[in-house]
Write a protein that binds this ligand. Structure first.
Ligand code: TRP
Length: 75
């Protein structure tokens, strides 16, 4: 797939409303917020999980594409 140490999969998040927030959570024993991004309706973010980020939290209505499939948050 790739030689990235973590995996290198990309995910795609599309905002379905204004003011969506994507928050990056740290990898490892501690789980802390380390970055956040705001998206407005129609904006798309393409992102990768890395040695620094093992999870993300999304607030707001979005569509998320991953290799596992496509999911839409509820209204
Ligand atoms: N620091 C945690 C870890 O690296 C972050 C994390 C990953 C997490 N998956 C999670 C936190 C699921 C809550 C729920 O494992």
């Amino acid at each position: 797939m790739s030689d990235h140490p973590i995996g290198g999969e990309y995910i795609v998040v599309k905002a379905l409303e204004n003011g969506v927030t994507i928050i990056g959570l740290t990898r490892g024993r501690d789980t802390k917020f380390h970055h956040s991004e705001k998206l407005d309706k129609g904006e798309i973010m393409v992102a990768q999980f890395t040695e620094h980020t093992s999870a993300i939290k999304i607030r707001g209505r979005v569509e998320v594409l991953t290799k596992n499939g496509k999911i839409r948050s509820d209204d």
